[in-house]
Design a protein around this ligand. Sequence first.
Ligand code: PRT
Ligand code: ZN
Length: 278
Amino acid sequence: MQKSGRLSDKSIELIRECGISLSNGSRKLLSGSSNFPLEVMYLRDDDIPRYVADGVADIGIVGENVVAEEKAPVETREKLGFARCRLSLALPKSESYEDLSDLEGKRIATSYPGILNDYFSEKGIDAEIHEISGSVEIAPGIGLSDGIFDIVSTGSTLVSNGLREVETVMDSQAVLVAPPEMEQEKEAILSDLLFRIRAVKKSRNNKYILLNAPNDRLEEITSLIPGMKSPTVMPLADKGWSSVHSVLNENDFWEVIDQLREKGAQGILVVPIEKMIV
Ligand code: PRT
Ligand code: ZN
């Protein structure tokens, strides 16, 4: 995994949430685990796809953008849902733009020449790609290029440099990569790890919900929160009321909560789930 940067903390957090303890921090090149057959090697993100392809590491956690740029023969085994961003073309705000053909003959600065070159070839655009490492966003301002191709997350870097996003070329997030073929023994360890990662990911998107429901509206209320199989319903000491327990997806959260309240649910408690095995 990445030694220090935007992927590091989330990568370590994911491994720890999988119940895997890691000795020492990312200060060393390697750290081992006392409770899982895993050793973590801390690297620059750009080296990760190549190290995995060459078998120096068995698996890697890296951005899809880096995998695409390095063109190493590795497979994405799981999307991890963090470090989300997009790779976009941007031009100075004052520059008019209608479609890609406006980039014909332009100089574009980027740290991702491979991805951009593939994109321009596919679209049949003849533009000049100017590779620079770091601070790509200042290139047009100092006359080094006409536009840029770079990672965008919130878009504030573009805005503060007087640039405007004109095309999104790819979306990216952190992924777990592995070589296409793996020894059986390692594949078994990887499947165990992926099983845990999926349980952690699932739990992040779901909440445990407990509420009190009037018995005459129980059916309507339980139909709103079907949960994993079906909700648990238990009588309250107060006759006419029941306690309902279920699991609720984060994305539906506010909408469902509003509907539950409308139907007379009271004392709604929502608690995080640590792991979820379905
Ligand atoms: O030292 P090492 O080579 O390991 O790290 P690095 O400096 O190459 O990478 P790092 O740590 O900056 O990013 C690692 C990965 O995080 C990237 O490859 C992406 O997959 C992902 N990621 C997610 C981002 C961003 N979001 C991001 N916002 N990588 C970079 N940025 C930069 C971008 O380059 C631009 O300068 O943030 C700026 C844009 O951000 P907004 O929010 O202003 O749009
Ligand atoms: Zn890097």
